[in-house]
Every structure is written in C-alpha cells, then in structure tokens.
Design a protein around this ligand. Structure first.
Ligand code: FES
Ligand SMILES: [Fe+2]
Length: 438
C-alpha cells in the first residue's frame, strides 16, 4: 500500500510535482484535430493542471499556449483569432502559434519591443487526427511515441475522447484490472453464452484467474491465465506504458492494435483518448451468438462540447444522474444496470471520489499489476524529478513496439513470456513496425 507521501506523488500532476515533471517529458495527445478550426475562436484546454488555449491559424497550423497574456495576464481565450495569429482582446498584442509577439499596437511604434516578449507556447504536431503537445523543458522535443496506432494509416484508425471526473491513476488502473470484466461487464453472462470456439468461454467459466506480472522496457505487463482446451493455457495479456497509456486485453491478440491514454487534465479530471485499429477483432462484448451482451454497447452519448475548462467530451449519463442506472436491468439483464462498457468503468472509478484514498483500500493478489505499476511509476517519477533521469521510452520510442495486448491459447509447455513473444511475432502488423519482443 503506498504511503501518504507516495499517494501524493502518484496522483499530483501540476508543474513541479514528480509525476507532473515526468509526464512533461513526453508528447501528450491534447485534442482532436477537429477541435481546432482555422480562424475560429480559441478553445480552452486544461492539461496537467495548466490552463491553456488552443487554436489554428489561417494557414492551418495548430498552436497551444498559456491562457494568460504575457502583457497583463488577461485570458487569451477572449482573443481574436486573426490572420497570422491570436490577438489579445485587452490591448491588442498579437501572437503567432509559437508564442512570438508580432504586434504591440498600444505602444508608440518607436517604443514598442514585441521581440522582447513571448507568450508561453508549447510545441504542437498534428498526426492522424490528433494534436499533440510537448510541455517539457527541452529546446528540441523528443520524437513522438511510436505506438502502432500513431504510425498506421489514418484511414485505419478509430479515435475518440471521453472526459472522466477523477484522478488519472485510478482511471488508468481500470484498464489493468482484468478480474472486474467477469463481474462489472459480464457478470450475468454464462460460459455457454459464448459462441462455439470463442475463447471467452474460459474467462467466463473461471472468473478468478492467476497472474504473471513483470516490469518491461515500456512500463509493466501482466498475463492473466486459466485452463484452456486440454493441454492448453488461455492467456489474457495487457500493459501499462509510460507515462499514462494502457493496452487492455479484451480482443483477439493477433488482430488487436490499441492504445488508450489517460491524460490528466488536473488532479481530479482526466481525458481518456482511445486509439485503435478499425480492423481489430471483437472481444468478449460480441458474445451471445455475435449479438452484443446486454448493457455492453460501445457507443457513447455525449453532451455538446462547451467552452469552459471542463466542457469537452462529457457523457450525458454521468454522476449527476447516477449514470442512468436501470435497477430492473440490473436484476435480470446486466450485472451493473448501467449501459455501455465505457460508462460502467466510468461509474466505478468516479464513484471512488476525485482521488481515491489508498489507505482505505485492501489490495489482494488480483491487484498485483496495480501495485507493481504504482511502484514502477513512483520510481521513474522520483528518478526523473530528483536525479534528472529520462523516463522510459522518451528517447527510444521504438520500445513501445514490443507491447501488444489481447487473448489467445497456447500449449501448457510454453512459458508465459515465450508464448507472448511467439504471439507478437505472428500478429498482424498494419503499421509495419520492426519487432524484437520475446
Ligand atoms: S493583457 Fe493582453 S495585450 Fe494587454
Ligand atoms: Fe472495464
């Protein structure tokens, strides 16, 4: 169990905090490309506890900068997105996307010195429908993380965002906590509901798997295992990847390319960013003869985006209406009575409170991956903030190529890492990455 000090380190993300410092070493998926429209008003963005504005100039180039104007700190959210830059509404100073001040029109021309002032701007790149930003201290940012979902053709990618009202770590831990699947999502689904030959029947027949857990070059990984067909083991592999990514296990391993970011907006709000391959094989949610499990729809119903700091990508079913829980459905249709796999996860992790109290937890052996991941994050964050040690994957983003998640069966004679390496090498490779796993 983390100490009070460790819990503080793990959950705080603002400037100068250990985890916040570590996260700023990486590129961060900040917004959907569609959110920044050329010459349209700026958008409020909350990232790692910092209030920022995002916009796109007339040439289509995205920019992200501190909301405070460097003159007298008025909010640039009220600025005018004009040809060639964002103009502050207060005294008319104008800034390019990189923060360069190009006009200071309230000062007599012979006394104006725009070249001496900069708005605090963060570098941005746009790739495959996402705008990424780098909030760290390097003059030359590191490469983008080489996730397969970042490298593959845009037409083959699925992307969506969902805001969650809780700390980033407890949100992320839902993705590395496989034993909840057999209850929260599939608690009323019987093994016999799985179509003939569907590996999910093993997970439904045994809802208390055993685990292998290990540190990896990219973070941590686990294999949940149970008996499969005679002489075979049924595996479900998943990963944590620095600094806030997961690859969850629900999908057929050979055709399952996914990366999910739990981007901290601040200490109690998180933006979930889902990236996956459109040709991924369906996981357990396609049970009951190919029809969806009751309550396991994958669509999300959104409220309209609004301009306030927490106004982006909110769901219509939320804490204010108890996630629209249907108690009758809970009795007979689905375990939770809450509609949608994502919403079920959202309800559970938000119900823990803004920042879960680690002192009140009772972690058991099925939480081994969570405990190990907390330890891995703590050590890396302390090393980064106290000894300036570059965290994993920042300068060698190809380490992320080794991670793949999903389920499969293999002979009992294979060790878990051997089985994993074989499966990775035999998997679809739509991004054409080089592999060395196993
Ligand atoms: S506060 Fe922005 S120009 Fe004065
Ligand atoms: Fe879940």
């Amino acid at each position: 169990m983390p100490s009070v000090e460790e819990r503080e380190i793990l959950t705080r993300v603002g400037p100068g905090t250990p985890v916040g410092t570590m996260m700023r070493e990486y590129w961060i998926p900040a917004a959907m490309s569609s959110e920044f429209v050329a010459d349209a008003p700026p958008v409020r963005l909350m990232l790692l506890g910092e209030k920022l504005v995002g916009f796109r100039n007339s040439a289509g180039v995205p920019g992200i900068m501190d909301q405070q104007c460097p003159h007298r700190c008025a909010s640039l959210f009220f600025g005018r997105n004009e040809a060639g830059g964002l103009r502050c509404a207060y005294h008319g100073w104008k800034f390019e996307v990189d923060g360069t001040c190009i006009e200071m029109p309230n000062v007599p021309p012979h006394l104006a010195h725009p070249e001496k002032v900069r708005a605090r701007a963060y570098p941005c790149v746009e790739r495959n429908g996402l705008i990424w930003t780098y909030m760290g201290t390097r003059a030359v940012p590191p490469p983008l993380p080489a996730f397969e979902t970042v490298l593959m053709p845009k037409a083959e990618m699925r992307i969506f965002f969902v805001q969650r009202s809780c700390n980033w770590l407890q949100a992320l831990e839902g993705d590395i906590d496989t034993s909840h699947f057999g209850f929260l999502h599939a608690g009323l689904v019987a093994a016999d509901d799985a179509p003939e030959g569907h590996t999910a029947r093993f997970a439904l027949a045994n809802r208390a798997p055993e685990y292998h857990v290990a540190d990896t070059d990219w973070g941590t990984m686990y294999a949940a295992y149970r008996d499969g067909d005679p002489g075979m083991t049924y595996w479900r592999f998943a990963h944590y990847l620095f600094p806030f990514w997961t690859m969850p296990p629900d999908g057929e391993f050979k055709k399952h390319v996914v990366a999910r970011a739990w981007v901290p907006m601040d200490d109690t709000h998180t933006m979930f960013v889902h990236l996956s391959w459109t040709q991924n094989a369906q996981g357990m949610r396609s049970l009951r003869g190919g029809r969806p499990m009751i309550g396991a729809s994958m669509g999300n119903t959104y409220l309209p985006n609004e301009p306030d700091w927490y106004g982006r990508w909110r769901l219509a079913a939320n804490a204010s209406n108890d996630y629209q829980i249907d108690r009758e459905t809970q009795r007979s249709g689905s375990f939770s009575g809450i509609e949608g796999i994502h919403l079920q996860d959202q309800a559970m992790t938000e119900s823990m409170g803004g920042i879960v109290d680690h002192d009140a937890e009772h972690l058991v052996v099925s939480d081994h991956m969570i405990a190990r991941t907390r330890r891995r994050i703590l050590l890396a964050a302390r090393a980064c903030s106290e000894a300036n040690v570059t965290p994993p994957g920042v300068d060698h983003p190809e380490v992320f190529h080794g991670a793949r998640s999903g389920d499969f069966m293999s002979s009992n004679s294979l060790g878990w890492l051997e089985a994993y390496g074989n499966e990775v090498r035999a998997s679809a490779n739509p991004a054409g990455v080089l592999r060395s796993a196993g």
